[in-house]
Design a protein around this ligand. Structure first.
Ligand code: ACO
Length: 414
């Protein structure tokens, strides 16, 4: 009997220097740094640089990355045209997947020999940066298109996270200048906040710093998580010496599923179904009787809680206070305590990030594309790592179909 590890559970398939998940200590390290330290202190651009290069950037390197990101953050015309061909009811993950295909086709145009598709390490670093820079416009445009709103152009005076929010919400996300200054002053006194904005602009207000801070933290927490299903998918594709964009397109497909990234969207459907904290017990009775999986709970690797949850829960708490929505926290706490008490299964990152994104104003359908915009950094770091020490990923299977048999003249339409 072959010892089959269903879902590759517990199987170590390769080495990685990108991140380390340790379920024993409930910790997650990006290139050695605890993720909660990165989330509390670093702008997302620095986290992306770290994942790609192995070290945090110095001031010059960070400035250079920010310059490149700004150069590529506008929605390209060909990508917009491709998205506009899709029905507005298309799932935004399909939009993002299509957008990456279009970007990839343009980036790799003219490569006529398939042996050259893989590219050099430096080419793939630059492709990773440009792709990462273009995704916020894709995600933001998708939400605005579904709402019947116009595209918003990026702003050069804002860093990555603030500009992402600006392109999605425009003035809606901006606090009046005085309020913004007040929030920045009070936040600075209590919590070390990531650097998120390069100041105000004549072209608009400043995206609400409380939201920018929570959003930045979520981006960092979602950026990387070792050999999860989508990253492994990307590595499988990269292992065939296909191009980086094909690997990312495959990863997006894997992330869409509700057992993986789609869970942050699914958590909000659960919250909508339950309604208020008082309905948790009867709702859970019925859901468990129906043998439903409760979205946002459980993890293949962590069995005693997801290392990213405390940081994201703290960001959610800040948003709950900021928007004066204690009802969200009550429902969150009630479902968590009831489900953990009954099943001993703990929340994963999608549980706090779903309601946090809803409070920020994102449509539920936009949640998983936000995950893409962040995780593209981890995926591309892994793709380059796979390319650097490649072995075709091709496992074996145990055949359980019919024994050998023969045609013996059989014809279907005889
Ligand atoms: N709700 C109800 N029961 C659960 C849940 C859940 N969320 N998660 C696990 N279980 C139960 C299973 O029913 C199973 O019970 P059984 O042994 O009585 O059959 C047992 O726990 C083991 O579950 P598996 O699904 O086999 O464990 P696996 O390691 O494959 O699952 C997974 C991990 C897929 C994440 C699972 O916990 C799940 O489906 N969770 C909900 C979806 C979700 O939140 N996904 C996000 C993952 S994290 C991320 O992508 C950021």
């Amino acid at each position: 009997m072959t010892d089959i590890k269903k879902g590759l559970a517990g199987v170590t398939v390769d080495e990685t220097a990108v991140s380390k998940v340790n379920p024993e200590t409930n910790s997650l390290l990006y290139r050695g740094y605890p993720v909660h330290e990165l989330a509390a202190t670093q702008p997302f651009e620095a986290v992306a640089f770290l994942l790609w290069n192995g070290e945090l950037p110095d001031a010059e390197q960070l400035a250079a990355l920010r310059r490149t990101e700004r150069e590529h953050r506008a929605l390209p015309d060909d990508v917009r045209a491709a998205i506009d061909l899709l029905p507005t009811s298309a799932h935004p993950m399909d939009e993002v997947r299509t957008a990456v295909s279009v970007i990839g086709a343009r980036e790799t145009a003219g490569i006529s020999n398939v042996m050259d598709a893989v590219g050099t390490p430096e080419e793939n670093l630059q492709r990773s940066i440009r792709l990462w820079a273009q995704l916020p416009a894709v995600v933001a445009y998708g939400q605005r298109r579904r709402r019947g709103q116009e595209l918003i152009a990026p702003r050069d005076d804002l860093d990555y996270a603030a500009n992402f929010l600006w392109m999605t919400f425009g003035e809606e996300i901006c606090t009046p200048p005085q309020a913004a200054e007040h929030v920045e002053a009070t936040e600075a006194a209590s919590v070390p906040a990531p650097s998120t904005s390069s100041g105000s602009s004549a072209s608009g207000g400043v995206p609400d710093p409380v939201v920018v801070d929570a959003f930045t933290r979520s981006m960092t927490l979602y950026a990387e998580h070792s050999f999860n299903a989508s990253t492994f998918t990307a590595r499988v594709i990269a292992s065939t010496l296909s191009d980086l964009f094909s690997a990312v397109v495959g990863a997006i497909g894997a992330l869409k599923g509700p057992l993986h990234g789609g869970a942050n969207e699914a958590v909000l459907h659960v919250f909508d179904e339950i309604g208020t904290a008082g309905n948790v017990v009867p709702w859970l009775d019925a859901a468990l009787a129906d043998k439903r999986k409760i979205m946002g709970f459980g993890h293949r690797v962590y069995k005693r809680g997801d290392s990213r949850v405390p940081t994201m829960k703290a960001a959610l708490d800040t948003l709950v206070a900021h928007y004066d929505r204690p009802d969200v926290a009550e429902l969150y706490d009630a479902l968590e305590s009831e489900f953990v008490a009954r099943k001993g299964i703990y929340p994963n990152l999608d549980y706090p990030s779903g309601p946090a994104y809803a409070l920020m104003g994102f449509d539920t359908l936009t949640f998983t594309p936000l995950f893409v915009a962040s995780r593209v950094t981890g995926w591309t770091a892994h793709i380059r790592e796979q390319q650097a020490a490649n072995a075709l990923i091709r496992p074996l299977s145990e055949y359980v179909g019919p024994d050998e048999r023969h045609i013996d003249g059989y014809v279907a339409d005889a």
